[in-house]
Write a protein that binds this ligand. Structure first.
Ligand SMILES: Nc1nc2c(ncn2[C@@H]2O[C@H](COP(=O)(O)OP(=O)(O)OP(=O)(O)O)[C@@H](O)[C@H]2O)c(=O)[nH]1
Ligand SMILES: [Mg+2]
Length: 314
């Protein structure tokens, strides 16, 4: 491989961690993201009965038994010619060491928040570490298929408890029983929620602008009116998205969805590959290692005993 090809390879890599308090839906989201890369045929292994069906990334026996992630799993897939490495971390505080170590290996993170529970204890601790290191963060508000907190209240809570500065890039139309869809602010299209199989990759309907009558037809007059009002508020309250600010750790875009229903996940993934950083220089003991150096370099963040896969390098 010549230098140019090598640099191109480096530039198309995106290594990120998924972090949160236990049970927010990290492993479920990881599985759905993998669907887009065709890495697995069927997601949804976590669901309700986590004991019988093992999730793809919870491959250790103890994880299957307890239905929680104990160690970080690394899963890789390709999407739109980008090579994505996901590090699905355990949320439980007993395994926080593993998660903290993982955070030294990633170039960015996705923070998952349960819409009903809001900002929880472990999330506060993990985000604090990311904030100190200026790691670019995207927030995913999950479980929108359930009744939860109002989107604006929740974003306030995120700003206050996590010390973040947020701006939504997608916005929910209703929630829980009334969840009608997701409006993609950036792309100006609507993804309607059907509650259908989690395997489906939902299609979206583009609308010209918010005054488009198609919006009323798609979600009904009332929901359309509320959405227009809410988006006006969004424009008034939140800063415009700026990639440089995101990369510097000064601004965190927010997406909404339901990992279980594979809903809003595509918006998240498309947004992610557009904005997330490629490998950046890493500080080693002696010096800063550039990602495009020709000598082999890697960051060893964990070593597994008694497995075929013996080291985790990203
Ligand atoms: N209703 C609903 N349930 C969800 C959603 N996403 C995940 N869940 C459920 O939430 C529970 C926890 O999901 P996991 O993906 O294992 O959570 P986790 O964040 O990986 O948990 P730890 O690895 O233990 O930190 C499971 O029962 C999931 O089925 C969602 O969008 N909606
Ligand atoms: Mg998990």
């Amino acid at each position: 491989m010549n230098k140019k090809q090598f640099e191109k390879e480096v530039a198309r890599r995106r290594t990120f961690g998924i972090i949160s308090h236990p049970d927010a839906g990290k492993t479920t989201l990881t599985e759905k993201l993998l669907l887009y890369g065709g890495a697995i045929q069927e997601a949804g292994a976590v669901k309700n009965n986590k004991i019988k069906k093992g999730a793809t990334s919870d491959f250790m026996e103890i994880e299957r038994q307890r239905g929680i992630s104990v160690a970080t799993s690394v899963l890789a897939f390709e999407y739109k010619n980008i090579k994505i490495n996901i590090l699905d971390t355990p949320g439980h505080k007993d395994f926080a060491e593993d998660t903290f170590r993982t955070l030294t290996a990633v170039d960015s993170v996705i923070v998952v928040i349960d819409v009903a529970k809001g900002v929880e204890e472990q999330t506060v601790k993990l985000v604090e570490v990311c904030r100190m290191r200026n790691i670019p963060m995207i927030v995913f508000i999950n479980k929108m298929d359930r009744e939860g907190k109002d989107a604006f209240d929740l974003m306030d809570e995120i700003e206050q408890k996590l010390g973040l500065r947020v701006t939504p890039l997608s916005f929910p139309i209703g929630m829980g029983y009334d969840l009608k869809g997701i409006y993609n602010i950036h792309k100006q299209n609507i993804n309607l929620f059907t509650g259908a199989s989690s395997k489906d990759i939902h299609s979206t309907t583009a609308i010209e602008n918010l005054d488009d009558k198609l919006l009323d037809q798609l979600v009904g007059d009332k929901a359309a009116r509320i959405l227009r009002d809410e988006l006006e508020l969004v424009t008034g309250i939140y800063p415009e998205f700026d990639r440089q600010e995101y990369l510097a750790g000064d601004l965190q875009p927010v997406f909404f969805g339901s990992a279980l229903h594979n809903f809003g996940v595509k918006e998240l993934l498309d947004g992610f590959i557009e904005i997330a950083p490629a490998p950046r220089p890493k500080k080693a003991e002696e010096r800063l290692v550039q990602p495009n150096e020709s000598d082999f370099s890697g960051f060893v963040f964990k070593i597994h005993a008694n497995m075929d896969l013996s080291i985790g390098i990203v």
